[in-house]
Design a protein around this ligand. Structure first.
Ligand SMILES: C[S@@+](CC[C@H](N)C(=O)[O-])C[C@H]1O[C@@H](n2cnc3c(N)ncnc32)[C@H](O)[C@@H]1O
Length: 271
């Protein structure tokens, strides 16, 4: 593959590494595990397929498709319609043959097998362009972009405005990312925010909804406070076409000129 190198993750599933960004596409602990723990479970995906006849999913950053493939596995419960955004065509093609525990999902992706009423539409372009073509709202949105400090383009206030436009009132947006500028960008768009807690009570994953009743674990006062320090100054991309460099520069200058408390001062005060 042009941009990605393959490695084996700890659960035996395939992961990818991007040399240009020095960034992994999948957790070293397990690509398949990560998809289940950070997207399928937090979105209550299985329950949604049991409670409704059709679930519409927007998969932003399809990559080699773990999140979409795991969602498609619930095809016996309900119809599932996926719009998948990814700019690297090679990855989408690779996903159709890459090892997956349910081989019939790959057969479906290759068009060799019909499974229930599943549908998946691929949009191969910058997700910031593709998203402007979408108009029908979704029950679930997965956002699995590269980390914001590597590539901020899909974490801006303006991109979240598009995701909000496309989320149903009882829909749910899930991302693995809990960075402060990301949470702040969601909050500036009026999302209610939640998280998942691991066995040590540490927060991972951010959940954004328009209906606070859907949030099981809301962000606590400490987390909300941290988001409102300089650390939470969000990325901006007014016309959804800035380069990463421009976005980093703009944010840096905002941080420099801001009167907000710094994160370290906030942490010292809260200890
Ligand atoms: C962390 S990986 C996602 C992994 C993926 N969900 C999977 O299951 O394999 C991030 C993906 O986002 C894609 N990407 C990054 N920026 C993008 C953009 N602006 N538009 C579309 N795709 C983008 C990359 O090509 C990469 O496949």
């Amino acid at each position: 593959m042009k941009h990605a190198q393959i490695f084996k993750t700890d659960d035996g599933s395939i992961g990818l590494y991007n040399k240009e960004l020095d960034e992994i596409y999948h957790s070293r602990e397990g690509a398949q595990k990560e998809s289940i723990e950070k997207f399928i479970i937090p979105s209550d995906f299985e329950k949604r397929t049991k409670n409704t006849s059709c679930v519409r999913l927007l998969d932003v950053c399809y990559g080699i498709g773990y999140n979409s493939k795991n969602a498609l596995c619930y095809y016996k419960n309900s119809d599932i319609i996926i719009d998948a955004l990814e700019w690297d065509f090679e990855l989408v093609e690779y996903s159709k043959t890459a090892d997956f525990y349910l081989s019939e999902i790959n057969e479906f992706l290759r068009g060799e097998k019909k499974l229930g009423n599943l549908k998946i539409n691929f949009y191969i372009d910058d997700a910031r362009k593709s998203i402007l073509k979408l108009n029908k709202p979704y029950d679930v949105i997965f956002l699995d972009a590269f980390a914001p400090n590597k590539l901020p383009t899909l974490w801006s206030v303006e991109f979240f405005a598009q995701l909000k436009r496309l989320l149903l009132p009882d829909g749910i947006l899930v991302t693995y990312c809990s960075a402060q500028p990301v949470r702040k960008a969601m909050s500036l768009n009026g999302f209610c925010l939640g998280k998942m807690l691991d066995e040590k009570n540490h927060s991972y994953v951010t959940i954004a909804t328009l209906d606070e009743k859907l949030i099981k674990f809301p962000l606590d006062e400490f987390e909300l406070g941290l988001m409102n320090t300089k650390a939470g100054i969000p990325y901006r991309d007014e016309n959804l076409n800035s380069s990463a460099e421009e976005m980093f520069k703009k944010r840096e200058s905002e941080v420099k000129n801001s009167n907000l408390k710094g994160a370290s001062a906030y942490l010292r005060k809260m200890r």
